[in-house]
Design a binder for this molecule. Structure first.
Ligand code: FES
Length: 328
């Protein structure tokens, strides 16, 4: 506790009285020569640290460099290493080391507090460019803070949360396979499963991947308001490939050879086996998913190629925010 009292008294004392008088006081620490070399090293290390932290933010924001994770780790690690090296150099070359031991009094002693103040003041006597060093330290601290706070941006769009609810599909957008080849309605076989993407759009977009299947027209029973001519032309249906449970990719299609004795055809998520019926708007047949897969309306153009007929029927992706807002 004594050290705490001393610290509080020191801070309050400094705040009240301003800088202590330097005159008529005998030095406690012997005068030491300035160390321009030490200051230059500290300034260089602080500048390198700030540069590394700024690089971390830049790599994080760009988000498309190869080996992104390794670069982020390298930038952050080097930033902290340079900042630590700067602190070590300050302690070794710029701050005089003086050990004075004496018993503490029970109550804070003003004379002792002033002595500590004097020690602190004299500790900086080797610094000739205090203001520049302060600016460099503040700059490095700011860059470090920005690097630590930058990943908060990944928690979601704070200014426009509805961006999570929008998809990039537009009426007329062409469906292509993973190699960029247009998907033809004539090539969609029954009992088969196709993955499609919007043409010229990154496959990494959450809204981009689709599963496309052809269902038996007799089984088709889409939710109210979905006209089969737009939502299932020629029995072809397209759903978001992102599972509405926890976001895995729908990667299995159960298409029994003998439908009379087997369970009906279904899209299946391999993570926790949520099972969706493609003939009924991807209603959940089984598993933990809380809502159907979003469906995309389709058009078949003059060349028999598949194109989007508009936007998804509902939100793409895991239901967490929908559940929390009661909109699952
Ligand atoms: S992520 Fe699909 S069932 Fe869990």
């Amino acid at each position: 506790m004594k050290w705490l009292w001393s610290l509080i008294a020191l801070l309050l004392g400094r705040g009240r009285r301003g800088a202590p008088a330097q005159v008529d006081r005998q030095r406690l620490i012997p005068e030491q020569p300035p160390s321009p070399r030490g200051e230059n090293i500290v300034l260089a290390l602080l500048a390198l640290a700030a540069l590394c932290f700024a690089a971390f933010v830049a790599v994080y924001v760009l988000d498309r460099l190869p080996d992104q994770t390794q670069l982020l780790g390298l930038a952050l690690g080097l930033g902290f290493a340079f900042a630590a090296a700067a602190c070590i150099v300050v302690s070794r070359l710029l701050v005089p080391v003086e050990e004075i031991s004496e018993p503490y009094a029970n109550e804070p002693n003003i004379a002792e507090v002033e002595e500590v103040e004097q020690l602190v003041d004299e500790s900086g006597s080797r610094l000739t460019r205090k203001r520049l060093l302060k600016v460099a330290a503040l700059g490095t601290g700011g860059a470090m803070g920005a690097a630590i706070l930058a990943p908060i941006a990944s928690l979601g769009p704070a200014i426009d949360p509805d961006a999570l609810r929008r998809d990039g599909w537009r009426r007329g957008m062409r469906l292509v396979d993973s190699k960029g080849r247009p998907l033809s309605a004539d090539h969609i076989e029954p009992k088969s499963f196709y993955t499609a993407f919007p043409q010229d759009v990154s496959h990494d977009e959450l809204w981009a991947p689709l599963v496309v299947v052809r269902v038996d027209a007799e089984r088709l029973d889409l939710p109210h308001g979905r006209d089969p001519r737009l939502w299932a032309p020629e029995g072809i249906v397209a759903y978001s490939k992102i599972c509405t449970h926890a976001g895995c990719a729908i990667a299995l299609y159960r298409a029994p050879l003998n439908e009379a004795t087997s369970a009906r055809p279904a899209l299946v998520c391999p993570c926790h086996y949520s099972t969706f019926d493609p003939a009924t708007g991807a209603q959940v047949l089984f598993g933990p998913a809380g809502r159907p897969l979003p469906q995309l309306p389709l058009l078949i153009d003059g060349r028999r190629e598949l194109r989007a007929g508009g936007h998804f029927s509902n939100d793409v992706g895991p239901s967490w925010w929908g559940v929390r807002r009661g909109r699952a």
